[in-house]
Design a protein around this ligand. Structure first.
Ligand code: SAM
Length: 229
């Protein structure tokens, strides 16, 4: 059975799509999309030998070789315009890594009109990448599975602008700020930031740091006086 997380990613794939799943690991998502007759064809891309072998074995085991091609490649190098891929999924990685993958070899996205991205952290990096590269959000979702919280961002071609708040928290997600998982996510994040700020405050108060600060300020003053600066 596919995880709730990947089932939700799959729900944004349009019927008849030709999908490339980049960083596919076991190719569970492409297999699900073909079995459920959602996608017509799929490519599973993997950059690591172990996961690539797992993907190949899974596709053979499920007898889907005629519908799913597994490629050993870095990011978007797994696809080329002849594949006529219209949908790219990238799931289970950090937002900055997903943005980096999309940024490299972005000419390979020529036939693609939908990106379904599932960052584990820092979705902001993807929203910023989207603004800079003329993709616009058409849907967002936040979900919890096994004590982890995930976001799903769906993008289509087009321009968008986002406020600071929207870039950080998601333009669709903030319209439902009462959502329990959304509140839990930002509750956890803010608790962590508060913990860091408290640690910084304690460090500033420590005598050692204070003495170092006093010493540097003192030396700065002396030398500046001599230099007439
Ligand atoms: N997409 C699956 C999921 O959501 O369950 C697997 C997620 S797994 C944590 C991340 C996978 O992405 C790993 O198998 C890793 O080898 C692969 N990966 C990381 N960077 C990649 C890249 N530049 N190109 C292709 N695959 C990559």
């Amino acid at each position: 059975r596919l995880s709730e997380r990947l089932t939700r990613v799959a729900s944004y794939v349009k019927p008849g799509a030709i999908v490339a799943d980049i960083g596919s690991d076991h190719a569970y998502l492409p297999c699900y999309l073909i079995h459920h007759q959602i996608a017509e064809k799929a490519i599973a891309g993997e950059v690591a030998k172990g996961p690539y072998e797992s993907a190949r074995n899974q596709v053979v085991q499920e007898q889907l070789e005629d519908k799913i091609t597994v490629r050993f490649a870095n990011g978007l190098q797994a696809i080329s315009p002849e594949d006529l891929v219209d949908t790219v999924t990238i799931a289970g990685m950090g937002g900055p890594l997903i943005a980096t993958i999309l940024d490299q070899d972005s000419d390979r996205l020529a036939t693609v009109n939908r990106l379904i991205l599932q960052p584990n952290i820092h979705a902001k990096a993807i929203r910023e990448w989207a603004i800079a590269n003329d993709w616009k959000l058409v849907a967002e979702e936040v979900l919890q599975e096994d004590d982890k919280i995930y976001e799903i961002l769906v993008l289509e071609r087009g321009k968008m602008t986002l406020s600071h708040t929207e870039a950080l928290m998601g333009p669709f997600l903030i319209t439902n700020a009462q959502n329990e998982v959304f509140r839990l996510k930002w509750g956890k994040e803010t608790a962590e930031w508060t913990r860091i700020l408290e640690a910084i405050r304690v460090a500033e108060l420590s005598t050692e740091v204070q003495m170092k600060k006093d010493e540097l300020e003192d030396k700065l003053k002396i030398v500046k006086e001599v230099l007439g600066a």
